[in-house]
Design a protein around this ligand. Structure first.
Ligand SMILES: Nc1ncnc2c1ncn2[C@@H]1O[C@H](COP(=O)(O)OP(=O)(O)OP(=O)(O)O)[C@@H](O)[C@H]1O
Length: 475
């Protein structure tokens, strides 16, 4: 077992470390995972082996161990927590039958919650109608906390529900528990999983921060027998400290090196001088030919719109996903990326975490990431689940401060970087923290003269206002 851990680069910290699960047979026979899950893993998902994080996290969680797990992007962490949680719900009888939520999975974005929800459904779906009915109706009600569910909770104002597993972003839960008489009760929760745990520990402005929201959710989970699991591709000391202090005999599982960029992605840094150089480099990448789809990261929704406006006439199928687009538009954009009809998707940090677009071949960091962690997650959208990928990071003189740490990540992943970058001044911890919370001020991406852009903007606002007025008049 020790050798297998070594071979798989699984590192564990904690006492009474549970054995690894080595194959799918053991999963069912030795660890009691429901046959439908095992069948789906091998047939529907088509996996031939468990990934290292799955080998260790599944038996640990099945054993009821609280866990802090850290494994590379695209290494199968989602199923590493879904399999044991679903098995627990199927195998351990409900105590207050059909009354309250038994497991909660938190994700930082709606899109990620939706993705986890659909992966979960895929895990327990049966071809046999009778079996399906039995699993879904009698044993397991899985729900995504979407707009409709929030509405139905709010209208009914009932504290009880027949949901076994709920997948949600923190803010939707907060909305329901913050009422004077909380609409949603979390006191029966047996498993709480925090996906992208370091993100959900991030502090920010007062009660809008993920950390504050997570704290409030924890307080509402009053079941003394609750088990908790934290998963992320990046490691944060404060999360670790919290887990060691607050969790019961926590097992820490790390696969590979902590906070390293995945070696399945061929990474390069490209100096482009200034903003204009960036646009030219981007156009070069497109015209030079690339295997679509590609994700292009920018630092804000404004810049996403600007870049879209510059590239939309380049004869490629391009789309953008950012906070100013409606949930329906975002959903549609994700679907066309999955379907392969979009070749280039411009996105903000929102898409940087957890999203699993299987065929992404190229990630371009149009705007330099503001931390090593951001870099790791962004480029991890390619080179997933054993595939290879490519990442190009454009930089200008404005990005010098963080260049050294990103260059180090690239070197550690086995790619070439110029020597001088590794010798640049190191940032202090405080500087790094500050940079991670701020956005570099950059010149506009737009190339049209400012007065023309100003006029176009004015015209757009006038049209918008006219439309609003028309609607008002109509009503
Ligand atoms: N054992 C396995 N063998 C092959 N592919 C797998 C295995 N387990 C999961 N996958 C696939 O790997 C892909 C990435 O998995 P997942 O999204 O869970 O990654 P992750 O570790 O959560 O990444 P991130 O840190 O970016 O969120 C998915 O398409 C998933 O279906």
């Amino acid at each position: 077992k020790v050798n297998l851990r070594k071979q798989m680069r699984i590192f564990v910290q904690g006492t009474d470390v549970p054995d690894l699960v080595e194959n799918f047979n053991q999963l069912e026979e030795k660890f009691g995972v429901h046959s439908i899950c095992v069948k789906n893993l091998t047939e529907r998902f088509g996996f031939s082996a468990l990934s290292p994080i799955q080998m260790q996290a599944i038996p640990a969680m099945l054993d009821g161990r609280e866990i802090l797990a850290c494994a590379p992007t695209g290494s199968g962490k989602t199923l590493a927590f879904l399999v044991p949680v679903v098995s627990h719900l199927l195998n351990v009888k409900k105590t207050k039958k059909g009354k309250n939520i038994r497991a909660l999975i938190l994700s930082p974005t709606r899109e990620l919650a939706e993705q986890t929800f659909s992966e979960c459904k895929k895990l327990i779906r049966s071809e046999n109608d009778e079996e399906n009915e039995k699993i879904h109706k009698d044993l397991l009600n899985i729900r995504l906390m979407d707009k409709n569910l929030v509405k139905s909770f709010t209208e009914k104002k009932k504290q009880t529900c027949d949901i076994d597993l709920l997948i949600s972003t923190p803010n939707r839960i907060i909305h329901l528990i913050k009422q004077e008489t909380p609409i949603l009760k979390l006191d029966s929760i047996e498993w709480l999983v925090v996906d992208e745990s370091d993100k959900l520990f991030e502090d920010g402005k007062e009660d809008a921060s993920f950390r504050d929201q997570l704290g409030r959710i924890y307080s509402a989970c009053e079941n003394p027998k609750i088990r908790r699991a934290m998963f992320s591709a990046t490691f944060a000391h404060d999360v670790q400290q919290w887990c060691v202090l607050n969790m019961d005999n926590v097992l820490q599982v790390t696969v590979g090196g902590k906070n390293t960029a995945t070696s399945s992605v061929k990474q390069e840094l490209k100096y482009v001088g200034n903003e204009q150089g960036k646009l030219l480099a981007m156009q070069d990448i497109i015209r030079g030919g690339f295997a679509p789809p590609a994700l292009v990261f920018v630092q804000s929704k404004e810049r996403a719109k600007e870049l879209y406006a510059e590239l939309v006439y380049d004869g490629i199928n391009i789309d953008a996903i950012h906070g100013d687009r409606t949930p329906e538009q975002r959903e549609k954009a994700i679907q066309s990326l999955h379907a392969g009809t979009t070749w280039v998707m411009i996105c903000t940090e929102h898409m940087g975490r957890g999203m699993d677009f299987q065929n992404v071949n190229l990630v371009v960091n149009y705007d330099f990431p503001n931390s090593a962690v951001t870099y790791i997650h962004r480029i991890g959208r390619t080179g997933r689940a054993g595939r290879t990928g490519r990442a190009i990071t454009l930089f200008t003189d404005q990005d010098r401060a963080l260049l050294r740490s990103i260059a180090n990540l690239i070197k550690e992943a086995g790619c070439d970087v110029p020597e001088y970058m590794l010798k640049m001044k190191k940032m202090s911890k405080e500087e790094r923290k500050k940079t991670a919370k701020t956005q570099t001020k950059r010149n506009t991406i737009r190339t049209a003269p400012p007065d023309i852009l100003k006029r176009a903007k004015k015209r757009k606002t006038e049209i918008k206002n006219k439309k609003i007025q028309k609607l008002k008049d109509k009503n």
